[in-house]
Design a protein around this ligand. Structure first.
Ligand SMILES: [Zn+2]
Length: 431
């Protein structure tokens, strides 16, 4: 475990510099913290490595048993942009489990950069059914399948006032929407990873256990956002607690069930003025968006002052020079405790002793990382979704051109003369 330690005092006094991201990518403007911390510790010799890194390089750190790592894979708005995807938080307790809380539009690319085998990224908890919280279920479902996930996806989410407003309906309809994709990949790749196992629970029950396995307990409680159905979640592991609001206005359940948690992630929306200036909203809509369906910065601060977390995280705003100061100042009117202004790829490590905030430095060219579980090979005997009419249109010279290369591939992997290859030629016109 190599973490930069941020004490409460340091965070409070330097947050303006820290969240401006200048230090996160090695810019010359450094926050006002001691040299040892800024540099990640003393380098003891010319050949030594930096002893306590302040950057998280995905895939390079083993988690301690009694530790939780949280990564922001999406923190922005429905109109996702390159610098910020829509909502997605990855929570990794030290037992090795991985949980996705929402998987908003654009977040899949950030998730891929975390270098985690897809076999482990199979548990998704949806706070509600807005696309900015589930849009990239598409990418995870199909992308993980093509990248070697051997298992089905498991999705948890709330019911609605009618079956059609619930998670089960959404996921069943999702599988209809992707039917062509599903049927053809089942034939081409292997069928099991295309399955979605949905666990829908009653959105109204406060603090109910919706998941309890391997020392991890996840609970849900109602949230208030645009209609019945949305929930917030808490995750407890090794005596520590992380709470994720999803989208909500300040509500009595959150204040009660997030109390004294270790890391509390709650939405803090753009200010009404920002919605007018940056989102082209009429002023009448701006105040409703900000403050009737979402949580304003001032209200976020009030919630945190009541909840008193060890560390608060504000998300669900585009975090940039034009906006972050207005939101930060609004929060500071009502809350003075430890705070992160979230942006994508921000990482928190939580132990009983300390909570650190870092930025992940990751590759833009991430490949899927192999795990130990192996995807099954294509199933024999599945009906071919391509008809002989279409197959007969394959152009033989194009296929013959790859014969030598494929012979080499089959030889290299000791593949027997499988029946697919002669058949491929048989189907060609005159073949
Ligand atoms: Zn949202």
């Amino acid at each position: 475990m190599k973490h930069r330690i941020l004490s409460t005092a340091i965070i409070t006094s330097t947050i303006a510099a820290v969240f401006a991201a200048g230090w996160q990518f090695g810019h010359s403007s450094k926050p006002i913290i001691s040299n040892a911390q800024a540099a990640g510790g003393v380098v003891t010799s010319p050949t030594a490595s930096v002893p306590d890194r302040y950057v998280y390089y995905p895939g390079t750190e083993a988690l301690a048993k009694e530790e939780i790592r949280v990564t922001a894979c999406g923190t922005g708005l429905p109109a996702a942009r390159r610098s910020q995807a829509a909502t997605c938080f990855l929570i990794e307790p030290g037992n090795g489990d991985k949980f996705l809380f929402d998987i908003g539009t654009g977040s899949m690319a950030n998730l891929a950069a975390m270098m985690i085998p897809y076999e482990y990224l199979d548990k998704v908890f949806l706070s509600h059914l807005y696309t900015d919280h589930m849009g990239d279920i598409l990418g995870l479902w199909a992308g993980g399948w093509t990248a070697g996930r051997p298992n089905a996806l498991r999705v948890w989410g709330p019911s609605g006032t009618t079956p059609e407003m619930g998670t089960k309906y959404a996921m069943d309809s999702f599988l209809q929407f992707v039917n062509w994709d599903k049927v053809t990949r089942e034939y081409k790749i292997t069928p099991i990873p295309g399955k979605v196992e949905t666990n829908e629970f009653d959105y109204k029950i406060p603090n109910q256990i919706v998941y309890e396995e391997n020392g991890v307990t996840i609970r849900s409680f109602p949230a208030i956002h645009a209609g019945d159905g949305p929930v917030s979640y808490s995750l407890e592991y090794a005596g520590m607690k992380v709470v994720f609001s999803g989208d909500t206005v300040p509500n009595k359940w959150f204040v009660e069930y997030a109390k004294n948690a270790d890391l509390v992630i709650h939405e803090a929306f753009q200010t009404p003025q920002q919605l007018v200036d940056f989102c082209n909203q009429p002023p009448q809509l701006a105040w409703r968006t900000c403050c009737e369906f979402h949580t304003s910065p001032q209200a976020f601060g009030k919630v945190m002052s009541s909840v008193q977390p060890r560390h608060a995280v504000a998300f669900h705003f585009f975090n940039e020079e034009g906006t972050r100061y207005g939101i930060y100042e609004g929060i500071r009117e009502t809350y003075s405790g430890p705070l992160s202004m979230a942006t994508d790829m921000m990482v928190w490590n939580i132990t009983k002793d300390k909570i650190t905030e870092r930025m992940a430095q990751s590759t833009d060219e991430a490949w899927s990382v192999p795990g130990t579980a192996k995807q099954l090979p294509p199933e024999n005997g599945r009906p071919n979704p391509t008809t002989t009419f279409i197959d007969a249109g394959r152009w033989e010279p194009g296929f013959r051109a790859q014969d030598q290369m494929l012979d080499g591939h089959m030889q290299k992997y000791n593949l027997k003369d499988q029946d697919w290859r002669p058949k491929m030629y048989e189907k060609m016109e005159g073949g």
